[in-house]
Design a binder for this molecule. Structure first.
Ligand SMILES: NC(=[NH2+])NCCC[C@H](N)C(=O)O
Ligand SMILES: [Mn+2]
Ligand SMILES: [Mn+2]
Length: 263
């Protein structure tokens, strides 16, 4: 059965705190009574039935290196059985240990990464674990077979060089198309930074980067993906920036669509 894990950590965020509160705000959308539980592909996503909610990670220390090690060891243990794992919440730094654990469990791991940002900084704020660097850290390990980034619209010279160095495939917003869907391979992991969406659709994020995907475009990419992901994360939802829980509902909707895809 699919496992859902809350990852309430945002101390590696370079700009604002808030994504640490995301897991519960997304869960509330399941029970508040507004939406039903069907994903668009017709699967009903029922807690305790379609997936097991493991609750939130309880960090013994909030120090970035300890957090990295803790997340990695916890995730490693959880995915040992081969059950797909969806983690919800956190700034994007949490994806480094989560995906590294997957890369050690599944050989030849391919990553599909939706984001406004490349998150490829070799060094950001002198924090190895910055949310601006998880994909640099992952590519440095040599454990990742391919990384495809979609929705990017903030490239600078350094990140263009990093992408070249590590052979990262980037589908920027300015020339968005869906050919990437047919160029991916199994085993596939999806890392979904909700700021890939235009701030008009998802105001509850730390970094409002104009010119992004519509919610419809993102859901269509997920629906049309010809792969069943072995794991996924939903990061960077910031409840402190949200308006009337609009982005919490986007997060809940994406959670349902990702789970439906992982079954
Ligand atoms: N995970 C994220 N939201 N990362 C945002 C990093 C933003 C960083 N200031 C940049 O220029 O790219
Ligand atoms: Mn990101
Ligand atoms: Mn981002």
């Amino acid at each position: 059965m699919i496992k859902v894990l809350g990852v309430p950590y945002d101390l590696n965020s370079s700009f604002l705190r808030g994504p640490g509160y995301a897991p519960d705000r997304i869960r509330v959308m399941d029970s508040e009574g507004s939406a039903n539980r069907f994903s668009e592909n017709g699967t009903e996503i029922i807690p305790g039935q379609t997936y097991t909610d493991l609750g939130d990670l309880d960090f013994p220390s909030i120090e970035p290196r300890k957090v990295y090690e803790y997340i990695k060891s916890q995730v490693k243990a959880l995915i040992e059985t081969g059950d797909p794992l969806l983690s919800i919440g956190g700034d994007h730094s949490v994806s480094f240990p989560i995906i590294e654990a997957h890369a050690e469990r599944y050989t030849n791991l391919h990553i599909l990464h939706f984001d406004a940002h490349g998150d490829l900084y070799e060094n950001f704020d002198d924090n190895t674990f910055s949310h601006a660097s998880p994909f640099a850290r992952l590519m440095e390990t040599g454990k990742i077979t391919s990384l495809t980034q979609v929705g990017i619209r903030t490239l600078n010279t350094h990140q263009i060089e990093q992408a070249k160095k590590y052979g990262v495939k980037q589908i920027e917003m300015r020339d968005l198309n869906d050919a990437f869907l047919r160029e991916l391979s199994d085993p596939l992991y999806i890392s979904l930074d909700i700021d890939v969406l235009d701030p008009a659709f998802a105001p509850g994020v730390s970094h409002h980067e104009p010119g992004g995907l519509s919610t419809r475009q993102l859901i269509d990419f997920i629906l049309r993906l010809p792969h069943k992901p072995i794991g996924a994360d939903l990061v960077e939802y910031n409840p402190k920036r949200d308006l009337n829980d609009m982005t919490a509902m986007v997060g809940y909707k994406l959670m349902k669509e990702l789970i439906a895809k992982m079954i």
